[in-house]
Write a new protein. Structure first.
Length: 186
C-alpha cells in the first residue's frame, strides 16, 4: 500500500456502494500507533486524517500521546491537535516502546500532556487498559491512574475500557467527569 492510500477494506467493506453513501452517522477514528510492531504504525493519526479529509463530516478523529516520547512527542502532539482539530485522544498505556512495556497517567510527562490537552481544548480522554502482548503484565490493566488523572484534571472527561483477560479485571466502558459542585450545594 502506498503512503497516504486508504486500504480497500476501509473503502468498500462488504458493500459495493462507496463509503460516503453508506455512512449514516459519524464514526470515531481512534489511532493505534504500534510502531514497535508495524513499520508505519497500525492506524496512525495521519492515516486516519486521510479518511476524515476524504469523507468530511463522517468521522471524528482522535489523537494520541505517549509520555515516554517526552518533549519531542509533546511537540508532535501539539502539532497534530492544531493540524487535525482534535477534541479527544485514545491512549494505550500498555503499548510497547523499546524495552518499556507500559506507562501510567501518574507519570510526570503524562501530566504535562494532560495539561496541554486541557489548554488546547482536547477534553475527551479515553484510556484503553488492555493487555500487553507478552508477557501479560497485570499492572497494565490497573485503572487507578485514570482515577488519579480525573481527580487532578476535573475539566477533562475521562473514560476507560479494560479487556478482561484471564479474569484479572473488568471495568469496561465506565465514564465519569468529576462534579464541579460539592454535595448539597445545588
Amino acid at each position: 500500500m502506498a503512503a497516504g492510500e486508504v486500504p480497500e477494506v476501509l473503502r468498500r467493506g462488504h458493500d459495493a456502494r462507496p463509503l460516503r453513501d453508506r455512512l449514516r452517522g459519524r464514526g470515531h477514528l481512534p489511532p493505534t500507533h504500534l510502531k514497535d510492531f508495524y513499520i508505519d504504525g497500525f492506524n496512525t493519526v495521519e492515516r486516519n486524517a486521510i479518511l476524515k479529509e476524504k469523507y468530511p463530516g463522517k468521522f471524528i478523529l482522535n489523537g494520541r500521546f505517549d509520555p515516554r516520547e517526552a518533549e519531542e512527542g509533546l511537540k508532535a502532539f501539539e502539532d497534530s491537535i492544531k493540524r487535525c482539530d482534535l477534541k479527544g485522544v485514545k491512549l494505550y498505556t500498555a503499548e510497547w516502546m523499546g524495552n518499556s512495556k507500559r506507562w501510567s497517567l501518574k507519570d510526570d510527562w503524562a501530566k504535562r500532556y494532560l495539561e496541554n490537552s486541557e489548554e488546547l481544548g482536547v477534553t475527551n480522554i479515553h484510556v484503553h487498559k488492555g493487555p500487553t502482548i507478552w508477557p501479560f503484565n497485570r499492572d497494565a490493566f490497573d485503572v487507578a491512574d485514570v482515577d488519579d488523572a480525573a481527580t487532578e484534571f476535573p475539566n477533562l472527561t475521562s473514560s476507560s475500557s479494560t479487556w478482561d483477560f484471564l479474569g484479572w479485571r473488568t471495568s469496561a466502558g465506565w465514564r465519569f467527569k468529576r462534579p464541579t459542585s460539592t454535595p448539597g450545594s445545588r
